[in-house]
Ligand binder design. Structure first.
Ligand code: SF4
Length: 188
């Protein structure tokens, strides 16, 4: 059984796939406790891989729809059996992880969002997305050296410090701005 907080259909609001239709599978529980976390950990539903796949595919079976495994920390629960059940219609399966735990090999797209003072074990990703909470340029440079990725994003913390992030990206153009667009347009 997997412990699922919610499954819903919306637009991917952040990072490389911003704007794409996506079914989100939000796993309950996380091994970190970030002060800016906006996940509701208070409830979860036990579900089998088949039940999750049925719920996801009821929203969309179109190949251009993303499936986003998120949390909480999805890598603590998602495994190859679940990936196999979800891959039936050829949709891209992405995972948003804090990078502290290995991920299944058949994930198509990995977004690592490293958190302060955590032990990141992933060294490769499709994209790295760091929430800006006042870190130094040296700290960001360390993430680039530790995690090899195709894209590197900096994101304001809950839309609160966008001007600082814009200034940082102007000075360090190897990073790109990622906005939580779903919050700006008030969708889930
Ligand atoms: S890693 Fe993500 S889900 Fe876990 S506590 Fe931090 S912000 Fe919340």
């Amino acid at each position: 059984m997997y412990h699922i907080n919610e499954i819903f259909y919306s637009l991917q609001g952040e990072g490389f796939h911003t704007g794409r239709a996506a079914v989100f599978v939000r796993f309950a529980g996380c091994n970190l406790r970030c002060p800016f976390c906006d996940t509701d950990f208070s409830h979860s539903e036990p579900m089998t891989a088949e039940q999750i796949a049925e719920r996801v595919l009821a929203f969309s079976t179109q190949p251009d729809t993303l499936i986003v495994l998120t949390g909480g920390e999805p890598s603590l629960q998602a495994d190859e059996a679940l990936l196999e059940a979800l891959h039936r219609h050829g949709q891209l399966i992405t995972m948003e992880t804090n990078g502290t735990h290995p991920v299944p090999e058949t994930i198509d797209w990995i977004t690592v969002s490293p958190k302060p003072d955590s032990e990141v074990v992933l060294t490769k990703a499709s994209e790295v997305k760091v929430v800006y909470t006042g870190q130094t340029a040296e700290e960001f440079q360390q993430w680039r050296q530790r995690i090899q990725a195709e894209h590197y994003y900096l994101q304001p913390c809950s839309c609160s410090n966008t001007e600082e992030v814009v200034a940082f990206v102007l000075a360090h153009p190897e990073w790109r701005l990622s906005l939580q667009t779903h919050k700006h347009i008030h969708i889930a």
